[in-house]
Design a protein. Structure first.
Length: 546
């Protein structure tokens, strides 16, 4: 006799309850992660389907006794869809809180590639530092977490493998990340593949390892002080990883507004001259063609500033629009505590990042010398373009220029020797590849770090003609000032290697120029007489600031 509708509904409800109870089992079709083979429970279903497989001893021991009956996820879906008219998508949603976190991959669950839980409204999701596969129970209790995020503890068997220089987020950075690979911190690779636009994705690249680069030998006290300062204050891999993680997550947020854009980490974070206290510089590329910095760039940055204030206030604080010649949005990431400067389409910053990085690694004395000069200028109050003194970029170019102009040069002109590698018209997605083939520069100059620092201060204090000459790294020499408006009535002229603008245009007051020149003179005289770095840069105070 046919059951009435109420009985049929009850039968369906009871069937669903049985499936629900089965899915709560932590032994539900688990693959052994080490052997990539099914456990005994997975074997039971495979045998029923006529796909007999021998289980590994490890898998059998881990799984324990096999239950009498076992349904695969696909079988459960088919049952629910056939008898209860629940579509597979809704089935996943109804049972999202019933799956159990396990170590390994689910046998029949297809790959899941959800968007990572990045900057969002509401409170950040705090997770423990335990391995990702054991964080499931805690994360199920979090509120306002989308279902896709809760599923992230299942590692897809087809997830993209990490390249040699990729890193996994550190425990304290997990609150905005997800288990799996992230793009390389050195070269932003593997952008979201389903986004197409004007800027092709960067590819993997090989570059000298920050840690394995050989350092010069210190033969005197001053050189030893410089070397020790460099080793303590240089940017660490951990510092770079924090910035790259922020870039990765922020790019996904910005792509909600500008889908075809790409966000690049540039400046000292990548060029080899970064310190532990260096800010992060970001370049948002919306198209490869130049844009008007006074109108279009400011409008885009204004939209981003509003978006940061309204939607990302839990993660980003103090977003401020700075209306400079190249406008930026300054903000601080609350989780990593890193300060960032974000510009739009200032693509010359991407090009000079890899030019400077090549200079940094073709000669072992370059990076320690640049770092001590930046620390010295900062301590002396002449390293702040917003206050009319020198930017860090200008200081780096000054050091490179000095090393190029020695009687026995320590650096060449890379743009002259390798013009095809630093072509200013090269497409952005190819920029990072060119420097990889440039060999180290072998100089006959054997000057120590102490001698080079002293010579650097003396060169700009007494030898360089500020009134008529311009610093040119591209030409590897001091050249006469141009007659253009960019250079007229400027106290310091430093040529940008690619767009040939003046990087020291912020020094527009005679008083500031005199202060800068006076610091060079006094520091040179003190260091010449005492040969002790403490007389121009107190090491204890500097090391405390990093």
């Amino acid at each position: 006799m046919e059951r009435n509708p109420a009985e049929r509904r009850e039968r369906r409800r009871k069937g669903a309850h049985d499936v629900f109870e089965h899915l709560r089992s932590p032994l539900w079709l688990v693959l052994d992660p080490g052997q990539n083979e099914p456990t005994a429970i997975g074997m039971a279903w495979l045998e029923e389907e006529g796909k007999k497989t021998e289980p590994s001893p490890l898998a059998s021991e881990r799984a324990g006794p096999c239950p009498v009956s076992c349904l695969s996820r696909t079988g459960v879906e088919e049952y629910m869809f056939t008898f209860m008219n629940i579509p597979p998508v809704l089935f996943h949603q109804q049972f999202q809180n019933t799956t159990t976190p396990v170590s390994g991959n689910l046998l029949t669950i297809p790959p899941v590639s959800p968007p990572p839980f990045a900057y969002r409204n509401g409170s950040p999701v705090h997770t423990s530092a335990a391995p990702a596969s054991f964080r499931g129970r805690k994360r199920l209790k979090e509120q306002d977490v989308p279902y896709q995020v809760k599923r992230q503890r299942f590692h897809s068997p087809h997830h993209e493998s990490a390249s040699a220089n990729q890193v996994v987020p550190l425990p304290e950075d997990h609150r905005r990340s997800f288990p799996g690979s992230i793009p390389s911190p050195l070269f932003p690779a593997h952008y979201i593949s389903d986004l197409t636009g004007c800027v092709p994705p960067l590819q993997e690249a090989s570059f000298p390892d920050l840690i394995e680069t050989a350092l010069p030998v210190a033969k005197d006290k001053l050189s030893q002080q410089i070397l020790e300062l460099f080793q303590v204050c240089q940017q660490q891999t951990y510092d770079l990883n924090k910035k790259e993680l922020c870039r990765t997550q922020l790019q996904r947020e910005i792509q909600q507004i500008f889908p075809n854009s790409r966000l690049f980490l540039v400046g000292s974070s990548l060029n080899g001259f970064g310190t532990r206290s260096s800010d992060g510089d970001l370049c948002l590329v919306v198209k490869e063609q130049p844009i008007n910095q006074k109108t279009e760039a400011r409008h885009i940055l204004s939209l981003l500033q509003k978006h940061f204030c309204r939607k990302l206030s839990n993660y980003i604080e103090r977003p401020q629009l700075i209306r400079a010649k190249v406008p930026i949005v300054k903000f601080r990431d609350k989780v990593s505590c890193v300060e960032f400067d974000l510009n739009v389409n200032n693509v010359v910053g991407i090009r000079n990042t890899f030019l400077l990085r090549t200079y940094a690694y073709i000669e072992s004395r370059v990076r320690p010398l640049v770092l001590v000069v930046k620390k010295w200028a900062s301590f002396r109050g002449i390293n702040d373009a917003s206050r009319g003194t020198l930017s860090s970029y200008s200081l780096v170019l000054m050091v490179l220029h000095y090393l190029q102009t020695l009687p026995e040069p320590i650096l060449p002109s890379l743009q002259k020797n390798y013009p095809e590698s630093f072509d200013p018209t090269m497409q952005l997605h190819l920029v990072h590849r060119a420097p990889c083939t440039i060999p180290p520069y072998l100089s006959k100059n054997q000057s120590t770090l102490g001698d080079l620092l002293l010579g650097f201060l003396k060169y700009y204090a007494t030898e360089f003609d500020w009134s008529s000459q311009m610093i040119s790294v591209c030409e590897a020499k001091a050249i006469p000032r141009p007659d253009g408006v960019e250079w007229r009535n400027k106290f310091i002229c430093i040529e940008e290697p690619f767009d040939r603008t003046n990087t020291a245009r912020a020094v527009h007051e005679k008083q500031k120029f005199d202060i800068i020149l006076d610091e060079f003179r006094k520091s040179w005289q003190r260091l010449r007489d005492r040969r002790d770095l403490n007389c121009v840069l107190p090491l204890r105070a500097t090391l405390q600031k990093r």
